[in-house]
Design a binder for this molecule. Structure first.
Ligand code: NIG
Ligand code: FE
Length: 421
């Protein structure tokens, strides 16, 4: 059975031993390998297996050996839906909601997203960057190695482009992969009040072409909702996205069932996100298109949403489920991916394994990056986290404890957290 043996390459730069590996490969729970080892070279994983399969003389064949001290190694976590770059804060609005005024009512009164739009428009690039860094740093401290960041708090050409440039700069200055998404159709800006079709024209004809030409975004997203844009308007943005070669995502069925999911699926969307009000027709359409369902329990929690996404139907139709923070100032001021994994289990009924798939391989699918990241497999980026836990479910079980001990990105140890290092 020689052919089944994994060849041990002689160019391994780093090898981590003495760890259980949650590879997240499909087939068995967590793709777990007990007492495993993982080797990398030139930023890629080149060997993954059990320690007993290492050659006797492995130490002489490897440049550097790291001892994971009995921890658990998972793929680097992926936060596939955030609005991390914005200015200002909505704590005053939070107080209003606690007094009984709804999220929708605040939005109708010109607060909500629009209050962040005005703070963001008046912030220069440096201010936006400075305000966003602490949020990113907190995410990275919990083992996030890839983060998607949406625009959508500018709603004019300059500010949308500025947000996306700041997102790009975050990825250049910090050890994290930033995937930028253009969300120009997030809300109707005040200068277009009563003229939403004209705003959509502006988005499709002016802003989106500029963003595409400058290479500022990989994806296009829309907020399809009663307080945002209709299905028809959403479709116009999707058409423009296709014309410019950008893949699509959608904020769908968050507060009501608009049928946005079926529309997004018909355009081959990578993901539809939120989904508390998703119908069975919607789920069926996802099964056909292979679109990922991204759940955002932080927003459901923060808005005290009683309805939960149709988890059993999603399972029945084998829809890949991802989980993300939705980090934003209005509906989910949450930076903790570990907390939203816990919320996904407690509030939505996911299993801990589904929650971990939701922030690894399924989140990678939501970004179209499943060939590159999301599992511990040969050929993928060597992005992984060493945790101070003995069981994978422990990652989801603690609240407010950060068991992240080391983070490796592109094969290099980029972080060792106190007090574990
Ligand atoms: O994902 N749903 C729309 N957009 C954000 C909320 C934005 C805000 O309130 O600032 C979300 O929940
Ligand atoms: Fe969102």
């Amino acid at each position: 059975m020689k052919s089944l043996e994994q060849e041990f390459p002689d160019n391994i730069e780093t090898l981590w031993i003495n760890a259980d590996l949650a590879t997240m490969k499909p087939g068995h729970p967590y793709g777990l390998l007990r007492d495993g080892a993982i080797g990398s070279s030139k930023g890629k994983i080149v060997w993954v297996g059990e320690r007993r399969d290492l050659p006797q003389d492995f130490k002489s064949k490897v440049k550097e050996v790291f001892d994971a001290e009995g921890g658990l190694i998972t793929p680097g976590l992926i936060d596939c839906h955030t609005h991390l770059v914005y200015a200002g804060c909505r704590a005053r609005e939070f107080e209003m909601r606690l007094q009984g005024i709804s999220y929708q009512e605040i939005a109708r009164q010109g607060g909500g997203i629009l209050s962040t739009v005005s703070a963001t428009r008046s912030a220069d690039e440096e201010t936006l960057f400075r305000e966003s860094v602490p949020r990113l740093a907190s995410m990275m401290a919990e083992g996030v190695t890839t983060v998607e960041i949406k625009s959508g708090y500018g709603l004019d050409l300059d500010t949308e482009a500025r947000i996306l440039r700041v997102a790009q700069r975050l990825g250049n200055e910090y050890q994290v992969s930033v995937i930028p998404t253009f969300l120009g159709a997030h809300a109707l800006p005040p200068e277009y009040a009563g003229k939403s079709d004209e705003y959509i024209d502006f988005v499709c004809k002016k802003v989106l072409p500029h963003i595409a030409k400058e290479g500022l975004a990989r994806f296009v997203d829309v907020f399809c909702e009663t307080i945002a844009f209709t299905k028809e308007q959403t479709e116009r943005v999707f058409k423009a996205a296709k014309d410019h070669g950008l893949q699509i995502k959608l904020h769908a069925e968050q507060l009501s069932d608009q049928g946005g999911t079926q529309l997004a699926a018909s355009y081959g969307a990578l993901s539809v996100d939120h989904l508390e009000y998703l119908s069975k027709e919607g789920v069926k359409s996802l099964a056909k298109s292979g679109t990922v369902a991204v759940l955002l329990p932080g927003a459901a929690y923060f808005l005290r949403e009683k309805k939960i996404p149709p988890i059993d139907l999603l399972r029945q139709f084998k829809i890949p489920i991802a989980v993300s923070t939705d980090c934003n100032p209005g509906s989910s001021p949450v930076v903790s991916i570990l907390l939203v994994m816990n919320m996904a289990c407690i509030l939505f009924g996911l299993t801990p394994e589904e929650a971990l798939r939701g922030v690894t391989i399924n989140a990678a699918m939501a970004l179209g990056m499943q060939e590159q990241i999301g599992t511990l497999e040969r050929g993928k980026d060597a992005d992984f986290v060493v945790w101070n836990v003995s069981e994978p479910a422990e990652l989801v079980y603690h609240i407010g404890l950060n068991p992240c001990r080391h983070v490796v990105r592109h094969g290099m140890l980029i972080r060792s957290n106190e007090p574990y290092n």
